[in-house]
Write a protein that binds this ligand. Sequence first.
Ligand SMILES: [Fe+2]
Length: 275
Amino acid sequence: MDTLTNTSKPSYADVVDLDRYPIDDLDSDRGRAFVAECKAELDATGVCNLAGFIRPEAVARMVELAGALGDKAWPTDRTHTVYFEQPDESLPETDPRRRQVRSAKHGIAYDYIPADAPVRRLYESDDLTTFIAAVLGKETLYRSADPLDAFQVTTFYPGEELGWHFDRSEFSMTVMYQPAESGGEFLYAPGLRTDDDENYDGVAKVLAGEADADLKVLPSSPGSLAFFRGEHALHHVTPIEGSTPRINSVLTYGERPDMKLNDLTSEIFYGRTSA
Ligand SMILES: [Fe+2]
């Protein structure tokens, strides 16, 4: 009796703290108030961080899985500009269009993550997608169609980092499982550029380490779900220090149902293509 098993809706009741974050009840007064609160924070600051969104047992299971799948994690260590464009060698070395930063991390692709992994079940639930669309004020939102990149687990080992960059997408969703002992902080410069003003001088100052006072830290305790608008906020993850790796997931969405990485990007991040 398929109608009774309801296989189209993976269960995530054990994954999310639904008492605090009622994503299963968004049409209620309480649900609507919750969405409005998130939306107001995101619109005002470019960030909405929901601490303790994922229950501790689910977080522990994801950390365990990241360890167990460690040999499947694809290492990337490369340099790029903050814009992910070819460096312009005709400009002075300090110009952000020329200057390169380093990103190094290990990524476990979606197809390696077991179907019953807690946060994979959550990612695949329509309730989460509906909640995210509501906070972003979008009529429709789709989970990525990429078999490798839609949902993955990223580990930053000691010495690894994410270089300063602007996102090429409008927003990103991350779940933190395990922060580093020290280092591994998510720093960002809110509103550093706008649609009309690239503010190359301001960006160059951040890259030169001369703008510490204007930087913010995205809090990231185990189990937090964060919305981040990274198109205008320059951001990076500082090098991991100590012996504890930083482990998180990025949840990928798009406004089209067929969104996938191109082959080149797929090769860089996973060492293969999904074809
Ligand atoms: Fe980013």
